[in-house]
Ligand binder design. Structure first.
Ligand code: UDP
Length: 371
């Protein structure tokens, strides 16, 4: 297949602005290239192709980034700024669509979803978040009725947020596990990774680390500096070791040195990339039983689950997670979150859009996780 992948319009690829979507894009493109497909990535000026994606063509467009939906009230209207990057990306995608077999949208945005019935080349969407906007919910429900197979989700918990007409296509996610080194001997410290923004719940992880008397290594881009300052002030000095936004190699090294990763989503996290990235380094995860992480973490096997928003439960989960054999965590990642597994599921999904169903990817990730 000749595939045009259109990145999220919240910022350049490689900047961290796209959060987990950036890693998903890298995995998708690398995995599909390996399976012999032709890939072009359409994204903002200033973008860099991720490792192992050098075989893809990079097309860039200038423009003003989209505001992220998750930081607006749920009833907000759709916004398109002047000199919109989103508009420029989709103008280009429409102009070039006849050169491709399929267009694959990774942005959580109204415009590309609305274009689904309009394009002459099939337009597929990997939805990257749960419900955060009434306008998006409504359009996803409509597309699910008119073009049900054009939508895919990461996990069943995420998909359950939406009013869908058919069982969802679930893709999970995949990671280049060769780039995550198993680390058998951690330091006496806990880890937390993600965009530093209220929906990620860093304050609860900080409180749990303070109770446990262990430092918490914080890895990620500060999206909301007032929020970061409030979290820092909520725990004794020295509890938080701020590392800033780390490139993939540095991130996996830091993750591997942690005894346990704390994952504390305050929203219905669609997948939880950092959960799998920690497991790939051999780090068990103590997570709230919510969203994607609540599906990925299996009590006693690769981590421990806590009652959402209850710090005492998180502390107890962390203590249980400390006892888990690290090799078992790495094995889980190899079985359930490989690059090849993701590429195979995406390929089956896209192939099914182009003719009589070549395969049935529906529910395949959920079945594989529970296996
Ligand atoms: N990440 C990173 N450097 C950091 C912290 C995080 O590259 O210092 C990446 C991480 O590898 C992960 C992504 O940011 O792939 C966060 O994805 P996740 O699904 O956990 O959350 P999202 O940001 O999509 O809500």
């Amino acid at each position: 297949m000749n595939i045009l992948v259109v990145n999220t319009a919240v910022g350049p690829l490689g900047s961290g602005a796209g959060g987990g979507v950036e890693r998903t894009l890298g995995s998708l493109v690398a995995g599909l290239l390996e399976r012999g497909h032709g890939l072009t990535v359409l994204t903002a000026t200033g973008s860099r192709l991720p490792p192992r994606c050098e075989g893809a063509a990079l097309w860039v467009e200038p423009g003003t980034a989209q505001p992220s939906w998750q930081h607006q009230p749920p009833g907000s209207a759709v916004q398109i700024p002047a000199d919109s990057l989103l508009a420029a990306l989709w103008r280009r995608a429409l102009a070039e669509q006849q050169r491709f077999d399929v267009l694959l949208n990774l942005g959580y945005d109204w415009l590309p979803l609305w274009l689904t019935p309009v394009t002459t080349t099939p337009l597929a969407h990997l939805v990257s978040m749960g419900s955060v906007s009434a306008a998006m919910d409504q359009l996803i429900a409509q597309i699910s009725r008119s073009h049900p197979r054009h939508l895919a989700f990461h996990t069943a918990s995420q998909a359950a947020d939406f009013d869908l007409s058919a069982p969802p296509v679930l893709l999970g996610n995949g990671f280049d596990l060769d780039h995550y080194t198993f680390q058998p001997q951690p330091l006496p410290q806990l880890g937390w990774a993600g965009r530093i923004a209220p929906e990620k719940g860093l304050e609860d992880a900080a409180a749990a680390a303070a109770v446990l008397g262990l430092p918490l290594v914080v890895m990620g881009r500060v999206e909301d500096s007032a929020y970061a300052e409030r979290v820092a002030a909520s725990v004794p000095a020295g509890t938080l070791l701020w590392k800033g936004f780390l490139e993939p190699e540095a991130l996996q090294q830091e993750l591997g040195r942690c005894q346990v990763l704390l994952n504390t989503p305050k929203w219905n996290e669609a997948f939880g990339n950092v959960v799998v990235e920690a497991l790939a380094c051999g780090v068990p995860v103590a997570s709230y039983a919510r969203g994607g992480p609540g599906e990925l973490i299996q009590e006693g096997r690769n981590g421990a689950l806590a009652e959402p928003d209850v710090v005492a439960s998180l502390v107890a989960a962390c203590q249980r997670a400390l006892a888990i054999e690290r090799q078992q965590c790495r094995r889980w990642a190899e079985q359930h979150a490989s690059l090849a597994g993701l590429a195979t599921r995406v390929e089956a999904w896209l192939a099914a859009l182009m003719g009589p169903a070549a395969a049935d990817p529906i529910g395949s990730f959920k079945r594989s996780v529970r296996a």
